[in-house]
Design a protein around this ligand. Structure first.
Ligand code: PSU
Ligand code: MN
Length: 302
């Protein structure tokens, strides 16, 4: 990225980058649009600590008053988690938010852009965006998929949310040349559930092998990202048969209320949270933590 944008680092991240300590990027849309307050900030803090315990340094990414921050101080994290009217920034929105001095949280796509600009190679999140059900009519396909094809950052997630069309999402990733790896699993996980019943293109069981793979792609050049899908721990999962009922109801509610575009994902997440009486949130928190742990291992392996 031809980059002359000033990046503001937290002290911890600046130190880590200067000393070559492994860094793991974290997105902020999950904080502002993915979880309610105060669970959002509590989770963000715990996730940061898990990365530190794993021997790496966390870098949560957001736009604050138009400034791009890579690594947030704790008080800033709290403010962001509590703030209203934060823009959800994907690739199309990041420069707009910065140019006009807005506050913005970053999606997977925008977090990858910022991480790459800051020299960070590994990023942990919950679930990526993908091809929405009914995309043949709406054309709703997340910019996360294009970003994975162009930006060399390894994204560790728990698969695509089951509100997406998982087979179509995998097809688009394949077309765009994005390798999808199941970590310790044969099938791609489906976010709240461990198994989507769809085979992952690759399976790796060691973080060191994932690191080796990333390094090889780097040598080859212009290879874009790698997607690691990590199933939620058994004790925290909501099996897919159970989840499907809630997902279908929420998608229908979104259609009835004509929710479209970037509002779809936040709407459905909140609606499913209500329908499952908070159980979906507990699972969401567990899977993000699980991804942070693996991302730290991969970052340390690089
Ligand atoms: N998964 C979650 N919570 C979230 C998201 C995904 O559990 O908040 C966010 C991520 O930031 C992801 C974005 O990049 O939703 C995708 O949005 P869209 O489909 O509008 O591209
Ligand atoms: Mn979309």
């Amino acid at each position: 990225m031809g980059n002359s944008i000033k990046i503001h680092h937290s002290k911890e991240v600046a130190d880590a980058l200067a000393r070559g300590v492994p860094v793991v990027a974290l997105e902020s849309t999950i904080i502002t649009h993915g979880m309610p307050y105060p669970q959002n900030v509590e989770t963000a803090r715990e996730v940061e600590q898990i990365i530190r315990d794993g021997g790496a340094v966390p870098a949560t990414i957001a736009v604050l008053g138009g400034q791009l921050h890579v690594g947030l101080e704790d008080s800033t994290l709290e403010e962001l988690a509590n703030a209203k009217n934060v823009m959800k920034c994907s690739r199309a929105d990041l420069s707009f938010a910065m140019a006009l001095g807005k506050n913005g949280s970053t999606t997977v796509a925008a977090t990858m852009m910022a991480a790459h600009a800051a020299g960070i190679k590994v990023f942990a999140t919950g679930g990526i965006g993908g091809v929405h059900k009914g995309a043949e009519g709406t054309f709703d396909i997340s910019a996360d998929l294009d970003e994975l094809s162009r930006t060399p950052v390894c994204v560790v997630c728990a698969g695509a949310k089951a509100l997406l069309d998982i087979p179509k999402t995998l097809e688009v990733l394949e077309t765009r040349g994005v390798p999808v790896v199941g970590y310790e699993c044969d099938n791609v996980p489906a976010f709240w559930s461990r198994d989507s019943n769809i085979k992952a293109p690759y399976r790796l069981d060691e973080a060191t092998d994932i690191a080796k793979f990333i390094q090889f792609r780097e040598k080859f050049g212009d290879h874009g990202g790698v997607l690691i899908t990590n199933p939620v721990p058994v004790e925290d999962e909501i099996p897919s048969e159970e989840m499907q009922v809630f997902i279908d109801a929420s998608i229908e509610a979104a259609e009835q209320q004509t929710i479209t575009g970037k509002a779809v994902t936040p709407f459905v997440l909140q609606d499913i949270f209500e329908r499952t009486k908070g159980r979906s949130l507990a699972t969401n928190i567990a899977l993000v933590k699980n991804n942070a742990k693996l991302a730290a291992k991969i970052a340390c392996g690089l």
